[in-house]
Write a protein of this length. Structure first.
Length: 157
């Protein structure tokens, strides 16, 4: 069921949207399926950005595909102006590329998870993420002990 939880310019029919032909970002099926699950759980938290210049999607191609998979009829969009095609294309590429500069602190996420109730880990959007049990965390931080083969004394490695 459609649920809009973001600021937007307008609600439009999903079928009226046009993906940008020059979008270089490739969305694997597995990513779209996971994104659909996230949107189904959270609602639409980010609008799809449409260029007033070309009338095409310039940000949100993955969300568009996920909402299509969910069979949404309407989506929240934000219409934005671009000075020219060069600026529009630079935005499409940079919007996709700049996020690749960030890294997730998985250790911090693992530390924070116990503060929340039981949760479907797929709703975090992380690929191949596993919770490390507290006991395992404690074991991994303990120094390794090694026995000297000559004197049998125990040393920390």
């Amino acid at each position: 069921m459609e649920s809009f939880k973001c600021a937007y310019t307008e609600l439009v029919q999903l079928k009226s949207l046009k993906p940008h032909a020059k979008n270089p970002n490739i969305h694997p099926k597995e990513q779209i399926e996971r994104l659909a699950k996230l949107i189904d759980y959270q609602g639409q938290r980010l609008p799809i950005i449409i260029s007033n210049l070309s009338g095409c999607i310039v940000a949100g191609h993955g969300r568009y595909a996920a909402m299509k998979l969910l069979k949404w009829k309407q989506v929240a969009v934000d219409f934005q102006d671009f000075d020219n095609e060069d600026q529009e294309y630079a935005f499409i590429v940079s919007d996709n590329a700049i996020s690749e500069w960030a890294t997730l602190d998985l250790k911090l996420i693992n530390l924070e998870l116990p503060n929340f109730g039981p949760m479907d880990l797929q709703l975090l959007g992380l690929k191949d993420f596993e919770v490390i049990p507290k006991e395992t965390k404690e074991k991994t931080t303990k120094p390794k002990e090694v026995e000297c083969p000559n004197c049998n004394e125990i040393f920390e490695a």
